[in-house]
Design a binder for this molecule. Structure first.
Ligand code: NCD
Length: 328
């Protein structure tokens, strides 16, 4: 996939946001810095800026989603864009319309941006190659490939709480094999210079070739989270498993569930993250999910600012000076 090139215009600016792989450190930092400018907006009485006034954003979700779809929706609205939310599963494709025809119709409605979630890896990239040249495409998660805005909101959360990346130990725990979040995350953490990235889980859920991505694999939770600064939990993506790769949810919790006792093995000030949806009692104990080290709901809040930053950047209207964000 040549996503790294397809995403940038001839001046090296972000045109589409399809994958973390292939992006530069300076571009990721630019997204994080722009998101910092948008973050305080959520605490104001009027949570809007006019940066995307007159633009039309279509949220095309071919796969169910709550957090990602609603935070993209809020982000677009806080930028003053008009938003169409299409639940494609329930609409035209069910009536036999091809994806290309759905796209042509949305183009005819003069949309400026598509946010795409799809069960097939490579779908966002495919759509970016199909659309009219003025349209930008943002990947909201494609199969097991990438979920780049999730990775950006995760590294935004890490930067806010840990300040810097260059001394961190991060453990990604659970179903790495089926996780687009883990793939995007590993790329983002590497590009930003995190020196120690671990993946932790049973052999059936950790791809054997993963170490080629520059991470260390661990097969016990105790060894995997020892001394880490960030514990990033993943859901078991049962809907993407071809066959039974696990004994049972109960058994999984016994071996890999993050309990308060196990969390003590991580650094004293370690933070616990999860992209959601969380499965209490499967990968994470309620006492940890709701505990003082959990930043799971902060991730959701920061996701709005990060998505605003990405949407503004692909439309070429990032808040370069303070005035766009600060004076409204
Ligand atoms: C993730 C996804 O859909 O890839 N969730 C999310 O976007 N917040 C992870 C998951 O489904 O477990």
């Amino acid at each position: 996939m040549r996503a790294g090139n397809l995403q940038l215009d001839t001046y090296g600016r972000l045109k589409h946001f399809l994958a973390i792989e292939g992006l530069s450190r300076s571009l990721l930092i630019q997204i994080l810095d722009n998101a910092e400018r948008f973050a305080p907006l959520g605490d104001r009485a009027v949570k809007k800026v006019p940066l995307l006034r007159g633009k039309t954003v279509a949220n095309l979700f071919f796969e169910p989603s709550t957090r990602t779809r609603t935070t993209f929706d809020l982000a677009a609205k806080r930028l003053s864009a008009d938003v169409l939310n299409l639940n494609i599963e329930a609409s035209s494709t069910k009536k036999g319309e091809s994806l290309a025809d759905t796209l042509r119709n949305l183009e005819a409605m003069q949309c400026d941006m598509f946010v795409v979630r799809h069960q097939t890896s490579g779908a966002a990239d495919f759509i970016a190659r199909q659309v009219a040249p003025h349209i930008s495409v943002i990947n909201g998660g494609d199969g097991r490939h990438e979920h780049p805005t999730q990775a950006m909101l995760d590294v935004f959360t890490i930067r806010r709480l840990k300040q810097r990346f260059d001394r961190l130990k991060v453990a990604i725990v659970g179903d790495v094999a089926h996780s687009r979040v883990a793939r995007s995350e590993i790329h983002a953490l590497r590009i930003l210079g995190v020196p120690e990235i671990r993946v932790v889980g049973p052999k059936t859920l950790i791809p054997p070739a993963i170490e080629a991505m520059g991470v260390q694999a661990f097969h016990t939770l105790e060894a995997g989270i020892k001394g880490v600064d960030v514990v990033m939990m993943l859901r078991l993506q049962q809907e993407r498993m071809q066959s039974a790769l696990l004994p049972s949810a109960h058994e999984y919790f016994r071996e890999y569930g993050l309990t308060p006792a196990r969390l003590k093995l991580a650094h004293k000030y370690a933070i616990v993250m999860h992209p959601g949806p969380i499965n209490r009692g499967v990968e994470i104990d309620s006492a940890v999910a709701d505990g003082v080290q959990s930043v799971i709901l902060q991730q959701v809040t920061y996701g709005i600012a990060v998505r605003m930053a990405v949407m503004a950047m692909v439309m070429g209207t990032q808040a370069l000076s303070g005035s766009d964000v600060d004076s409204h």
